[in-house]
Design a protein around this ligand. Structure first.
Ligand code: DON
Length: 304
């Protein structure tokens, strides 16, 4: 049964895994995070949130923001305008790979790898007046937490070490698949990644994915069909090269970030967020995945 004791059990069961992964250090400001943090929060479609461990402590959401960006783009653009510029297939390469962008003439495989998220950030830049402010408003509303903010130190640190993402953006520009000024779009993209949210904020924010597009406050953010489509993309590409392993072990659509967070959903039922900063070889939270696996096994749930 889903209750606080089960979540505490999930946290306790993964403690032996601490030390087996590696905190992301390619973004210097992320390297200092306490690697012993463990957290889980669940929000159910009836609007209740429960959590265990460090679930009220904010962390850098990183690539989890790619779910919010795509959702905002779906609100601003026709679907063909999005999918003519980014694909829907798993990439089979690391999340920040350049090779595929070159081989596939500037069209990223999916919106969750860096290349795809940069195209989506380019779309948001073109059509929303103040994209960073807009993103903040959206996540504050979705989580019902008006204190959510950007971590300027992380955003600036990423911008200072942005060679790879800038290279991806310029390569796409060379193929005509990037309209904006690269540095301006990169700054917005890094800010989205640098949002600081806790597991409770994130599980609440992602409830629409479990609730046919309806947010915690009852707003229809995307249609039920779009929600299904978002979940399909999360199930196939949300965990990058680890999507197959994650589907096998956890069986929920999900999205990871190099800050060690993972969000996952059981459609019709609940949204979940876990956090543990140490990552596996694919850049996904090692103990976080194990907490989700524990939860799904104990609840006997999977989308498959
Ligand atoms: O652009 C980057 O590399 C980071 N801001 C985000 C990467 C990330 O979180 C990939 N996720 N596992």
């Amino acid at each position: 049964m889903l209750n606080q004791a089960l979540l505490q059990q999930a946290v306790d069961s993964v403690r032996p895994l601490l030390g087996k992964g590696k905190v992301a250090d390619y973004i210097p400001a992320l390297a200092n995070v306490d690697n012993t943090k463990l957290a889980i929060a669940v929000t159910t479609v009836d609007g209740q949130t429960i959590g265990a461990g460090d679930y009220l402590e904010p962390f850098s959401i990183q690539s989890i923001s790619k779910v919010f960006s795509l959702t905002l783009a779906l609100n601003l653009y026709r679907e063909d305008e999005i999918w003519s510029r980014v694909g829907k297939e798993p990439s089979g390469h690391s999340f920040n790979s350049l090779v595929q962008v070159e081989l596939e003439r500037g069209k990223p495989r999916n919106p969750f790898i860096n290349a795809g998220a940069l195209v989506i950030a380019d779309l948001l830049q073109a059509r929303s007046g103040a994209p960073k402010q807009r993103m903040l408003e959206v996540v504050r509303k979705l989580s019902m937490n008006p204190t959510i903010a950007y971590d300027k130190v992380v955003a600036d640190s990423e911008f200072a070490f942005s060679a790879r993402n800038a290279a991806i953006a310029y390569l796409m520009k060379s193929f005509g698949n990037f309209d904006g000024v690269v540095e301006t779009v990169l700054k917005s993209y890094f800010h989205y990644c640098a949002l600081r949210m806790n597991c409770a904020d994130l599980s609440k924010s992602m409830l629409y994915l479990a609730n046919r597009g309806k947010t915690l406050t009852g707003e229809q953010l995307v249609t039920p069909v779009q929600t299904r489509q978002l979940n399909a993309l999360l199930a196939t590409s949300g965990l990058y090269d680890g999507a197959g392993e994650f589907a096998y072990r956890v069986g929920m659509p999900g999205k990871s970030g190099v800050g060690g967070g993972i969000i996952a959903v059981i459609p019709g039922d609940m949204s979940v967020c876990v956090w543990s900063p140490e990552l596996d070889a694919n850049g996904n939270s090692l103990a976080g995945t194990a907490m989700l696996e524990h939860l799904c096994q104990q609840l006997g749930r999977s989308i498959f």
